[in-house]
Unconditional design. Structure first.
Length: 182
């Protein structure tokens, strides 16, 4: 569990980080209560694009620098199906991509990085499928490639998004930075 000191820097209680987070804990992060005021927070619903973090660790993944696994339950009444597109409901691809950036920012704060998260881009984005109301589960897998933790806090990762076990989005070289308030 994280507790803030000096209303700025997150510290880890008993030097232990959790390796998974419930929806309620993700909502706390969206309110700024998980990593402390002025530090990374997830967006609030409806822009929070996952329901739980199944696993997060700082030594795993394809590059041995960290990995994350998160999930989103799909329900036909979700907001984006009602407006994108009328008569042809589909989850916008940008929401899946944003979820991958959200997860990288969460990872940076979980590792102790300070500041507010901002997406900085990516090298390769590919969409090869879609999320429709008849689908059940979206799963995000993130492999951290590089961490910069100096004056600048930045993470670079490769990520993929599956729906019902089929990979439909990929992002390579996705970049997120943490920035102190100006």
């Amino acid at each position: 569990m994280f507790v803030p000191i000096n209303a700025q820097a997150p510290i880890i209680l008993n030097d232990r980080r959790k390796d998974n987070y419930s929806y309620a804990e993700l909502l706390e992060c969206g309110q700024g209560d998980l990593f402390g005021p002025g530090n990374a927070q997830l967006p609030s619903p409806p822009m929070l694009m996952f329901d739980r973090i199944i696993n997060i660790d700082d030594k795993g993944g394809r590059y041995g620098k960290g990995s994350m696994l998160a999930e989103l339950d799909i329900h036909p009444e979700q907001w984006f199906f009602q407006c994108h597109f009328k008569g042809d409901p589909v989850m916008p691809g940008c929401l899946g991509l944003d979820a991958m950036w959200q997860l990288i920012g969460f990872f940076l704060a979980w590792k102790g990085g300070l500041g507010r998260g901002r997406a900085l881009g990516g090298n390769e984005i590919q969409f090869s499928g879609q999320v429709t109301p008849d689908r059940k589960l979206v799963r995000y897998e993130v492999d951290i490639k590089r961490l910069v933790q100096r004056g600048l806090v930045m993470g670079i990762a490769d990520a993929r998004m599956e729906v019902d076990g089929e990979t439909i989005y990929r992002g390579a070289g996705l970049r997120v930075g943490l920035f102190a308030e100006m």
